[in-house]
Design a binder for this molecule. Structure first.
Ligand code: DGL
Length: 262
């Protein structure tokens, strides 16, 4: 089966990294909209236009059999329209609020995402549906997307940015931080240093791949060494240059390391 994963940039590689290991026999296409990243600070109509173009490319030209929108921001504003337009299974990503509250229904939960996701109706509906005790706080961290795109993962700037953003919260009363943007997974090592040990990470990566398998009738295997074949595209252009492919591999290697941090 030909499975497309789509993100504004390199965040979705954290989902691909997992998907390729548990579905090693499938054919993957990864589309990073490098010309338009970041999405999270742009206007909603602009992001909708980018997502339409990506779907035209992936479904109409590349004949993808299923599409994973490995981007919470694009899911927030455009997944409903894409489901109306295309017949293929479309798996979106939303901040894993429900999962975090199911794990601990007493302590607070800090949901982090891009400004579009944080301000979006979809997230507000999700929180209202599950947060009966008013335990959820929402925090936009747009600069993490910029840092990730320029491969600045561990630096004083990153640390100060996160420190300043997290300082207003009494983190000892939180059970979890929800990584509601796929770019944020690259910062788990820095976040681990800044957060109390009692705060766990919750993201939607595994759940999204499980949902993909469920919707397409595929069976996942336990993560192995062998990874599925993948072709990479940047805003519709095939990535073939050795330097660009090496850049992608370095992101995938970091994504795999970050998956181990709990
Ligand atoms: N990685 C994306 C997400 O999950 C969006 C980042 C951006 O382009 O702002 O929301």
């Amino acid at each position: 089966m030909r499975i497309a994963l789509f993100d504004s940039g390199i965040g979705g590689l954290t989902v691909l990294s997992h998907a390729r290991r548990v579905l090693p026999s499938e054919e993957f296409l990864f589309f990073a909209d490098r010309d338009h990243v970041p999405y999270g600070t742009k206007s909603v109509p602009a992001v909708r236009g980018y997502v339409r173009a990506a779907f035209r490319f992936l479904v109409e030209q590349q004949k993808a059999d299923a599409v994973v929108v490995a981007c919470n921001t694009a899911t927030s504003v455009a997944v409903d329209e894409m489901r109306r337009l295309y017949d293929v299974p479309i798996i979106g990503m939303e901040p894993a609020v429900k999962k975090a509250l199911e794990q601990d229904a007493e302590r607070r939960v800090l949901v982090t995402a891009t400004p579009i996701t944080i301000n979006g109706e979809k997230l507000h509906r999700l929180v209202s549906a599950h947060d009966e005790k008013n335990l959820v706080d929402l925090l936009a961290l747009p600069r993490l997307v910029e840092f990730a795109e320029r491969r600045e993962f561990v630096s004083q700037c990153v640390e100060e940015y996160l420190w300043n953003a997290l300082t207003p919260y009494d983190l000892r009363s939180y059970s979890a931080i929800v990584l509601g943007c796929t770019h944020f997974n690259y910062f788990k090592d820095t976040l681990r240093r800044l957060l109390p040990k009692t705060v766990g990470f919750v993201d939607g990566n595994e759940g999204t791949v499980e949902e993909l398998a469920r919707r397409t009738g595929l069976t996942t295997v336990s993560a192995e060494e062998r990874t599925a074949w993948c072709r990479f595209f940047e805003s519709g252009r095939a990535v073939t240059g050795a330097e660009s492919l090496a850049r992608i591999e370095s992101y995938l290697a970091r994504a795999a390391r970050m998956e181990q941090i709990v």
